[in-house]
Design a protein around this ligand. Structure first.
Ligand code: NDP
Length: 444
């Protein structure tokens, strides 16, 4: 039966390899829950969950600073709204196509289910590359993108946020254009906003902090902690920076991080202020970190693979499929005991197999990086009640949510006879919540 569902996914979504991979991973783990709930099978819950409710593809024309016209493609996949309005970020990166958006939207359904909050799953983006573009160009692109997308959004309909290439700058321009077109100050229509116009404390930090909190729970479950541990984080964007920050507070030493052009090793521990200055403020390459930190302290390896750096804890926080089977073997050989996916699906299936066989604690993105979307839901809650919480209170809420997700994963894995398997726990826990709601709402 699974084979036929998977064949159907392949047939209906040709060439969308990332979506196939995400679908397969879920299908491989939900068998026990279907065996226990024949009503899900009778009502074709799996077939329905694999088919997005709506897929939107649109043209995004814009003009660069020299007056040259560019045409990009925009996407929004509104995957499942059984638990709440579609919720999931926008990615601006040249690699974006329907298959990436679908994989991300699909993962988002279960991730959002796992948080226990009232949010459905969706994702969007464009093949636009913000790298090297001026602020004005990024603004014009965002305005054009929103000029089409706005008609599909709404605080009760579909609520985007950031992802790769979409940070607070882009969210501001997108929200500004939405406000202008609709003549409504509908704060809850987008999350990740700046604090001066309806943003929530800790949203910027949430995914990275949440990742560190989750991994701390995984280590605790094994009688250990971050204290004094050697940590490697891939990426140096939003998730990576705040994962590094929280790991450091929890006692770990982050010795390496990367960007799309290479990686940097800093045995004294990554200097967070310098990293933020270079990546967030100056938007420069990581090589500038080593230059400014001093080459006697930090080494930059152009084009290198950050997983060559031995560590006890690995937090892949850049992009999908960045840890191959061979990388996973190298990590295990180097003494890695825990992996927490800050990014979405950064570990390839062979890598997951290697970690599992080696007994490495492996936290999948659906659970580990759910702190971002959970805090987005808290931002929506604050917008709806015209309230704003303190940093301390918001961080406490995030920590509780991550600890609950961790417990839910372990309990679910236990209940279905796969103790300690966070992948099964996350997939089944998220799926079950969505499936129950789909059953209750009838065939829609
Ligand atoms: P950012 O754009 O802020 O940072 C991405 C980082 O990863 C950058 O350092 C970038 O390098 C690097 N990177 C991106 N693509 C590639 C690639 N193809 N090869 C190598 N390096 C790459 O994105 P985020 O930090 O927001 O997102 C990172 C991951 O976390 C993504 O998988 C995203 O889906 C996931 N995620 C993000 C959430 C959020 O709240 N932001 C929530 C949940 C998941 P460079 O600087 O050179 O571009």
């Amino acid at each position: 039966m699974f084979a036929s569902v998977y064949d159907d996914v392949l047939r209906r979504n040709p060439g969308e390899t990332e979506f196939h991979q995400a679908a397969r991973e879920v299908l491989e783990t939900i068998g026990p829950v279907l065996a226990k709930h024949p009503e899900y099978v009778e009502n074709k819950i799996i077939e329905r969950v694999f088919e997005p409710e709506r897929q939107i593809i649109f043209r995004v024309p814009w003009e660069d600073d020299r007056g040259e016209v560019h045409i990009n493609r925009g996407f929004r996949v509104e995957f499942n709204s059984v638990l709440g309005p579609y919720k999931g970020g926008l990615r601006f990166h040249p690699s974006v196509y329907l298959g990436i958006v679908k994989f991300l939207g699909f993962e988002q359904i279960f991730k959002n289910g796992l948080t226990g909050l009232p949010i459905g799953g969706g994702k969007g983006g464009s093949d636009f590359d913000p790298k090297g573009r001026s602020d004005r160009e990024v603004m014009r692109f965002c305005q054009s993108f929103m000029t089409e997308l706005y008609r599909h959004l709404g605080e009760y309909t579909d609520v985007p946020a950031g992802d790769i290439g979409v940070g607070q700058r882009e969210i501001g321009y997108l929200f500004g254009q939405y406000k202008r077109i609709t003549n409504r100050y509908e704060s809850g229509v987008i999350t990740g906003k700046g604090l001066s116009y309806g943003g929530a404390q800790v949203r910027t930090e949430a995914t990275g902090y949440g990742c560190a909190f989750f991994v701390e729970e995984m280590l605790k479950a094994r009688g250990s902690s971050f204290d004094g541990r050697r940590v490697v984080v891939s990426g140096s964007g939003n998730v990576a920076i705040y994962a590094i920050a929280k790991v450091r507070e929890l006692g770990g030493v982050v010795v390496a991080c990367s960007d799309s052009s290479g990686y940097v090793v800093d045995e004294k521990g990554i200097d967070l202020d310098l990293l933020k200055q270079i990546k967030e403020v100056e938007r420069r390459r990581l090589s500038a970190y080593a230059e400014r930190r001093g080459t006697d302290v930090a080494t930059y390896v152009p084009g290198g693979n950050v997983w060559e750096v031995p560590c006890e804890v690995a937090l892949p926080s850049a992009t999908q499929n960045e840890i191959t089977g061979r990388d996973a073997e190298a990590l295990v050989r180097g003494g890695c005991i825990a992996v927490g996916e800050g990014a979405n699906m950064p570990t390839m299936p062979e890598g997951v197999r290697v970690f599992r066989e080696a007994g490495v604690a492996f936290g999948p993105g659906k659970a580990v990086n759910a702190g971002g979307v959970a805090t987005s839901a808290l931002e929506m809650q604050q917008n709806a009640s015209r309230d704003s919480w303190t940093f301390e209170f918001s961080e406490r809420r995030l920590q509780e949510i991550m600890s609950d997700i961790h417990a839910r994963c372990l309990e679910t894995a236990d209940e279905y006879g796969m103790p300690g398997d966070y992948v099964a726990g996350a997939n089944i826990g998220g799926f079950k919540r969505v499936a129950d709601a789909m059953m209750a709402l009838g065939l829609i």
